[in-house]
Design a protein around this ligand. Structure first.
Ligand code: ASP
Length: 320
């Protein structure tokens, strides 16, 4: 367990989100503006953080629906500085819920941290009558004290792994889920109760992918399409039309069920693939993965959700 009171600092990076949101009326949990309250003020609302050796930084102040490469680059760069600093024990990141799973995936993939990196959030704004952000921050502190390396998400008393976590509810405080894998742990009154291990940890970290990511002007263009009844492939043909400002490099298709894709969409995707566009198959089902078999129409996403498969493909293309 990390004793964050023994000289080493905890770093808290703010990026915005509902946790930093403010509404005109305290009773309004939905009509607020995200990314209004500074991370230092969020920290000040958490008694468990008082008096601890910590540093706070405002890396961004956005609604995470607008997350993208520039903020990820800023966040990853600051995280790397702190992860390399032997005086830093762990990092907490405050973030909006909407794209939290994508940020967690990108950070785990690029940084493969050897210290705890805990992303936390809120479903109610800081101005709410009963905000959930302070409790989530306190729970994040309990998780970093465990000292376990890697990126996790803490929300509503649950700890989720970066690969599995997904936002599954629009409104409830427990908005996140880890699908079939289930959460890694829960936090009860400051105690972490573990349900399963994270799996293999990374012994050595290759710094080259992060350097490439930080130097990129844009991620390779990968679009996401969904198979559905009455699909006709016209969206894919539109994506392939000449004249795009950025060339299309990949398509992730969220298939039906166990990776089935409407024949008309399959035909359009095969035509795209024949022109050099990489096609990856995920499933639009909230639970389960595409179970591999010889009849799958495209390479599968190895269990990644459509949004994470999109990022995995974009990062793979960036590293080529
Ligand atoms: N739109 C907000 C955001 O993702 C939602 C939230 O944080 O709950 O920043």
């Amino acid at each position: 367990m990390v004793d964050t009171n023994q000289g080493r600092r905890l770093v808290i990076l703010g990026t915005g989100g509902t946790i930093a949101g403010r509404a005109a009326q305290a009773g309004d949990n939905v009509g607020y503006v995200a990314g209004q309250v500074g991370v230092a003020d969020l920290v000040a609302a958490v008694p468990a953080l008082a008096g601890m050796p910590l540093a706070v930084e405002q890396v961004a102040q956005i609604d995470s629906k607008d997350m993208g490469l520039p903020v990820w680059q800023a966040l990853a760069a600051r995280l790397q500085v702190h992860l390399d600093d032997c005086q830093v024990s762990a990092v907490i990141v405050t973030h909006g819920t909407d794209t939290l799973e994508e940020t967690a995936f990108v950070l785990q993939r690029l940084l493969q941290p050897t210290k705890p990196v805990v992303l936390t959030c809120a479903m109610r704004p800081a101005s709410a009558l009963v905000p959930d952000g302070p409790q989530n921050l306190a729970d994040a502190l309990a998780v970093v004290r465990q000292g376990e390396a890697g990126v996790v998400v803490v929300c509503a008393g649950e700890v989720h792994g970066a690969l599995e976590v997904a936002k599954v509810h629009t409104y409830r405080l427990d908005a996140f889920d880890s699908g079939d894998a289930g959460p890694l742990a829960c936090v009860e009154e400051g105690e972490v109760r573990r349900f399963r291990s994270r799996g293999a940890s990374v012994a050595s970290h290759d710094p080259a992918p992060l350097a490439r990511f930080l130097a990129a002007d844009a991620l390779p263009r990968v679009e996401l399409v969904t198979s559905h009844a009455d699909a006709d492939g016209s969206l894919v043909r539109a994506l392939m039309a000449p004249g795009a400002a950025r060339p299309l490099r990949g398509i992730v298709v969220a298939g039906t069920g166990n990776g089935t894709v409407h024949q008309a969409l399959t035909d359009a995707l095969n035509a795209a693939q024949a022109q050099g566009v990489r096609v990856v198959l995920a499933t639009r089902c909230a639970r389960g993965r595409v179970v591999p078999h010889a009849g799958l129409p495209f390479a599968h996403s190895a269990g990644l959700s459509p949004v994470k498969a999109r990022l995995a493909l974009a990062l793979d293309l960036l590293m080529e």
